[in-house]
Design a protein. Structure first.
Lengths: 295, 294
């Protein structure tokens, strides 16, 4: 009791001061809120505009793009899906799933090698792995184009998947390695004494203990792959193999006057990654921020 | 530390990584530098060695200077809007006065970052549309009819309209980086300032800015690298036009390679981009190291 009273006494002094300050801060806060609100409109209004107009006919968009739709045309979404988005969507799913699986497993193996072993050339190989982050994919565009032709994989899923994996490895290794370095040594030593080989220690200890970072790495890779445009545009020609970002260009040309359907197509392309973000915001933010701090 | 039974074990774990990087990242980079001394087309088996001719041609190419100028514009505007704007937004959202709504605003401001740039660029072709576009509509509404124009169709405004889209998308990302940095600042610093009666602006200048100095360097260099490798926004919004007014090095590279079939020349442009981005990365590493020492 005594201790509690002391705490209350101690706290009332700053509390009183805070009270006086509150009125001042509310006055101060109003320009800040106006600024936030203006920026909110700048960001949210175009997105809102896309949502409402994706339910309108072209005539209605032309006549009153500000208003809510008179009749909500869900048929725009069906038409967009049937005009090609469905196949782009499936292609994006396949390419994204394959890229995530390969990137995360290969990077986890590499990170394990780089974090828990001592061997000759370790630092050099670490620089080799992570240094790839400094290189922008554009710079290797033409040799990659030639390489992909030489390998005979031009115009296949692999033409996208293999370069994506390669360009995601550096950042993913960096992320997973920093998590692996935190795993206490005693864990692996006792497993080692129990007769576990390095492979068993990797599968039984490192992977399960670091699932959150694996999820972060997967979310980041999915985000990159789902939105990648340049390689998807150049390494694949067939309409039937295009992913959403490249396919949308074709879709736009096919629907030049059918704006409602085009906007519905944009919505369908954006929704999966927005949902992924809203559900996994924590993993997303952690990955994007810890990744870029270092590169 | 594990030693494994055989010395080869760690190399086996690393092998897949190394092979991927070697084949699809490092080999193409080296090959690209070599290509920039040759003249060849996409499907020809032979290449003609031309020495430095591609570099000389590039230096005499008017479009190269337009593109480089646009990249520099991109860089300057991006640093001002994203680093400065992002920092201010982050500081506001982390301030006690906005605590109630900051989670909501943070999510909305970050939303454009996760939407594909193709979707965003196509959406903005509507927003900039001279007839139905909300930008012109809005300007008319507030009495600025004289300002309405075909934003993407006029050579004076095209590059700025393109740059604006990039800012719209990326400010949220840099903001999030600053939010994470600001959350790492010890609370005692602000409490001490409260006792001294410091206001919000003074706390921002005296505590927040010095404490996130390192993040300011990092975000500056991220935006600079982004500005010199930009491709998607100008390609989708204007294709570099009208004329070449909104070309950047990335679209010039693409155009030279896949429309004019001048593969060697395109490789030379790629080499220039490589040099520019490597310079930025080297500065980044140097600053990062000094930041850690200090």
């Amino acid at each position: 009791m005594e201790a509690n009273e002391q705490v209350i006494k101690y706290e009332t002094i700053p509390l009183n001061r805070k009270h006086k300050k509150n009125r001042k801060t509310i006055l101060m806060a109003s320009p800040v809120y106006i600024l936030l609100f203006v920026y909110f409109i700048i960001i949210a209004y175009p997105l809102f505009w896309m949502v409402i107009n994706s339910f309108k006919s072209t005539d209605e968009i032309f006549g009153s793009s500000w208003a809510l739709p008179e009749k909500w045309l869900f048929s725009n979404y069906i038409e967009a899906w049937d005009t090609g988005i469905s196949s782009y969507f499936v292609n994006s799913l396949i390419v994204t799933a394959a890229t995530c699986l390969l990137t995360v497993s290969i990077s986890a193996l590499g990170a394990y090698g780089l974090s828990r072993f001592e061997f000759k050339g370790k630092n050099l190989l670490l620089i080799f792995c992570i240094g790839g982050m400094m290189l922008s994919p554009q710079v290797s565009l033409i040799p990659l184009y030639k390489l992909i032709q030489a390998l005979g994989i031009h115009d296949t899923y692999l033409a996208m998947i293999l370069p994506y994996v390669a360009y995601r490895i550096p950042i993913t290794v960096l992320l997973i390695r920093s998590a692996f370095l935190e795993v206490p040594k005693d864990l692996e030593e006792s497993a080692f004494l129990d007769g576990c080989g390095t492979w068993k220690i990797f599968i039984k200890i490192f992977v399960p203990l670091n699932l959150p970072i694996m999820v972060t790495a997967t979310v980041l890779t999915a985000y990159f792959t789902w939105n990648e445009f340049l390689f998807a545009l150049i390494f694949v020609d067939s309409e039937s193999l295009k992913t959403i970002p490249a396919g949308l260009m074709q879709f736009r040309d096919a629907l030049q006057t059918n704006w409602g359907v085009l906007l519905a197509g944009l919505m369908i392309s954006a929704i999966p990654i927005i949902l992924l973000f809203l559900c996994m915001q924590k993993f997303f933010v952690r990955g994007l921020t810890s990744g870029s701090v270092k590169g | 530390m594990l030693h494994g039974k055989r010395k080869i074990t760690p190399y086996l774990y690393l092998a897949p990584c190394l092979l991927f990087l070697l084949f699809f990242v490092y080999y193409p980079i080296v090959e690209n530098i070599r290509y920039s001394f040759f003249d060849f087309s996409a499907f020809s088996p032979s290449k003609t060695f031309v020495g430095l001719q591609n570099f000389i041609d590039l230096l005499h190419d008017k479009v190269f200077y337009i593109a480089l100028k646009n990249n520099i514009l991109y860089a300057v505007i991006s640093v001002v809007c994203q680093v400065f704007g992002g920092l201010i937004l982050a500081a506001i959202l982390e301030a006690p006065i906005t605590r109630l709504l900051s989670g909501f605003f943070r999510t909305v401001f970050f939303l454009p970052v996760v939407i594909s740039i193709t979707v965003i660029a196509l959406l903005f072709t509507f927003i900039y549309d001279p007839q139905i576009g909300i930008l012109n509509n809005f300007l008319s509404l507030i009495g600025l009819e004289d300002w309405t124009r075909a934003w993407l169709g006029e050579s004076e405004t095209a590059i700025f309209a393109v740059i604006a889209v990039s800012q719209w998308q990326s400010i949220g990302y840099i903001m999030m980086l600053f939010i994470v940095a600001i959350q790492g600042i010890p609370k005692e610093l602000y409490e001490a300032a409260d006792i001294d009666g410091a206001g919000g602006i003074r706390k921002f200048l005296n505590i927040t800015v010095p404490q996130v100095k390192e993040m300011i360097f990092v975000t500056t260099l991220i935006t600079l690298t982004g500005a010199f490798t930009v491709f998607n926004e100008p390609y989708i919004l204007t294709g570099g036009g009208p004329g070449n007014s909104s070309d950047v090095l990335g679209t010039l590279l693409y155009h030279s390679a896949f429309f004019e079939d001048k593969m060697g020349y395109a490789s030379t442009i790629a080499t220039v981009i490589l040099i520019l981005t490597l310079m930025i990365s080297v500065i980044q590493m140097k600053l990062f190291r000094t930041g850690k020492d200090g």
